[in-house]
Write a protein that binds this ligand. Structure first.
Ligand code: CA
Ligand code: CA
Length: 220
């Protein structure tokens, strides 16, 4: 039965209109549910890291030492994250700590605070079975405000720690390596995960990541 208006028979019945309105509302509800689920999934991915690795240097906070160390991590598929490629394949480098240069932070209310640490963080949210490689690389260094040439031996100690976060925090490995001079790269650890995300081995086999990924200083 078609609806009428002032004796004119409309081609669209009231039932048609109601049906379309219900359909539109249903589609809007589905879209809202999908958006809410995506936000929830994104939030879970963001906060549910399974592993964290840290690299810290200049722990004595010697103001004469201003070095930029970079943390590099390669996953079992050969994907690396580092200061200029921070995110990918379920892992990320939180921030490129440049040494003293970006220790000063301005808060939302305009206050200036000092973040007095030289430390980088790597997070793994989606573990894959296979071997991960954790390296540190001495990108650049100043001593008493003068740039250190690539020939000067610095022997900068860098402390690297690997922590499994779930079901409870557990230090998997922790050690200090020495970065001899600018552009030195050292492997701190290689660790292997099984299909359940458990660590099955930890070794320390020197594995080059920087040169193979970026082509060295001239590739910057
Ligand atoms: Ca850095
Ligand atoms: Ca710093």
């Amino acid at each position: 039965m078609r609806g009428t208006y002032d004796g004119y028979e409309s081609p669209i019945s009231l039932a048609d209109i109601m049906l379309k309105m219900v359909l539109v509302l249903f589609i809007m509800w589905i879209a809202a549910e999908l958006q809410a689920k995506k936000k929830s999934d994104d939030a879970n991915i963001q906060k549910k890291a399974e592993f964290v690795a840290t690299a810290e240097w200049n722990m004595s906070r010697d103001p004469s030492i201003d070095c930029d160390v970079d943390l590099w991590v390669r996953d079992p598929d050969g994907n690396s994250v580092y200061f200029s490629h921070k995110e990918g394949n379920g892992m990320n480098i939180e921030r490129d700590d440049l040494g003293n240069r970006n220790d000063t932070l301005v808060t939302a209310d305009g206050r200036t605070i000092q973040n007095a640490e030289d430390k980088e963080y790597w997070y793994l949210r989606v573990p894959k079975p296979g071997e991960y490689t954790v390296n540190v690389h001495l990108y650049g260094c100043k001593y008493n405000d003068l740039y250190t040439s690539a020939e000067v031996v610095r022997n900068l100690p860098v402390e690297i720690e690997l922590i499994k976060l779930n079901p409870k925090m557990q230090t998997i490995d922790k050690k200090t390596v020495l970065l001899e001079k600018v552009w030195d790269e050292q492997t701190a650890m290689n660790f292997t995960l099984d299909a359940s995300g458990n660590v099955v081995s930890v070794t320390q086999i020197q594995t080059e990541l920087v040169e193979s990924s970026r082509g060295g200083p001239n590739g910057l």
